[in-house]
Design a binder for this molecule. Structure first.
Ligand code: 5AD
Ligand code: SF4
Length: 432
């Protein structure tokens, strides 16, 4: 059989987006070509996420939808990849026997076995202490930003989080291969690179730590912008902030997951810091980087979270005034420590707390964005505006979306934009 056309659907975080580019890179090496419609594909791969129940359910329900395509094309190979494959392989094998491939996040190098007459289902979910997909060239679908995965896995074991179980132990790629990948991305026309890791600043390779890596990538000529996600507050040190401060092409934006404001809940979450420590990290960041943007992740309704605890989350939000935030209702993940605690915050209460954090964040985003009205910002043009294709959309170094109402610019250009207004979560302006 000729496995020529593949279709990949990706759920979850940027790490998964980057993994899908690696998977595509592996397949392209076997003369496969990507298609945009599953109906046209010989191989359909669903790259899944299990961080919250919703994402997991959506990805699994896609398998049932793709099952019908197998009736029309009995040779179609249907694969489940990523974190759900890692965690639920037994259930999938018994409940969805039409799934041909089940490969966990460290098993993508097994994909080419489908070209060698392998037996189905092909299942591999072995977690590795060393796999970093060194030497595989990602097949990128983005235009301006190149994702570069620099480390894999997580050793932090926050009590609510499934990642350490599905992605295994921390391991980092060599500094040289990352710098080379950045060079290649720039040579291919990318203007921005985003360094990715589940715990990006615990990067460690031989004697090199995250600040060394930032410096090395920053010294790659013509990288106009460097971003990185997601750091852990405990792994932010002075040197990291000095390097960010001293290199013009490292974006002044730090994503600093808070998760909860109450020190009691943070302790139950095993985050390794309390409210005071978190606020002192924010203070330190702002001392080094005066115009920095700080964004965050927040979970509401962790087991045992009282109204009083929750008010501490709002309190920290008021103290920090984040530029933006991703906010979630706690979702118990079987296998984690927190899943053994009683999920005792009612659904209504979780929904109510979520509404309250979203509402507060909306106000804070507007406060932060409004402070830029009247200023001139450097904006990297990323795409056409979704609402009006005559306008362009880009981002500031601080990761704020800017709609460019007037002025000529091509996608990939770095332009100076006078900010005229802030509405919702966006800025609007014109090129000067
Ligand atoms: N429930 C809700 N949110 C979660 N996250 C991780 N695990 C869970 C969970 N079980 C959130 C955290 C993390 C982000 C990627 O997802 O806020 O930072
Ligand atoms: Fe999950 Fe915590 Fe690791 Fe982030 S640091 S991936 S929340 S265990």
């Amino acid at each position: 059989m000729d496995f020529k056309k593949y279709y990949i659907e990706t759920y979850g975080c940027q790490m998964n987006e980057a993994d899908s580019e690696l998977i595509a890179g592996i397949l392209e090496g076997f003369s496969c070509r990507s298609v945009n419609k599953p109906e046209e594909a010989d191989v359909i791969l669903v790259n899944t996420c299990t961080v919250r129940e919703n994402a997991e359910r959506r990805a699994i329900s896609r398998l049932d939808q793709f099952k019908s395509l197998k009736k029309k094309n009995p040779d179609l190979i249907l694969g489940l990849l990523g974190c759900v494959a890692q965690r639920d392989r037994g259930k999938i094998i018994s409940e969805k026997p039409f799934v041909d491939l089940i490969l966990g996040p460290d098993s993508y190098q097994h994909l080419p076995e489908i070209f060698n007459g392998c037996k189905y289902p092909l299942v591999n979910v072995k977690l590795s202490k060393t796999e970093v997909y060194e030497g595989i060239t990602p097949f990128r679908r983005t235009k301006v930003n190149a994702w570069i995965s620099i480390m894999r896995g997580c050793d932090k074991f926050c009590s609510y989080c499934i990642v350490p179980y599905t992605r295994g132990r921390e391991r980092s790629r060599s500094i040289e291969s990352i710098a080379n990948e950045a060079k290649k991305a720039v040579g291919d026309g990318y203007k921005e690179v985003t360094l990715l890791g589940q715990n990006v600043n615990s990067y460690s390779y031989e004697n090199y730590k995250f600040p060394d890596l930032l410096e090395a990538v920053s010294n790659v000529k013509e990288v106009q912008r460097i971003r990185f996600i997601s750091p852990h507050p405990n792994d932010i040190d002075d040197r990291m902030l000095e390097v960010i401060r001293d290199h013009q092409n490292i974006c002044k934006h730090i994503h600093l997951p808070l998760q909860a404001g109450s020190s009691r809940i943070l302790n139950l979450m095993n985050r390794g810091y309390d409210q005071g420590k978190y606020l002192s990290v924010v203070k330190k960041i702002r001392t080094y980087l005066s115009d920095v943007a700080i964004s965050t992740d927040i979970i509401v309704g962790f087991p045992g979270e009282t109204e009083e605890d929750f008010l501490e989350t709002l309190n920290v939000m008021d103290k920090v005034v984040f530029d933006s935030a991703f906010m979630f209702k706690y979702s118990p993940r079987p296998g984690t420590k927190a899943s053994l605690m009683e999920d005792d915050v009612s659904e209504e209460e979780k929904a109510d707390r979520l509404t309250r954090v979203i509402e507060k964040q909306r106000e804070h985003t507007l406060i932060r964005n409004s402070a830029l009205v009247g200023s001139v910002q450097e904006v990297l043009v990323e795409d056409l505006s979704k609402k009006d294709p005559n306008e362009k959309m880009g981002r500031t170094g601080t990761n704020k979306v800017v709609i460019i109402k007037k002025g000529d610019a091509e996608i990939g250009d770095l332009v100076k934009v006078k900010i005229e207004k802030a509405v919702g979560v966006s800025l609007f302006g014109e090129i000067v």
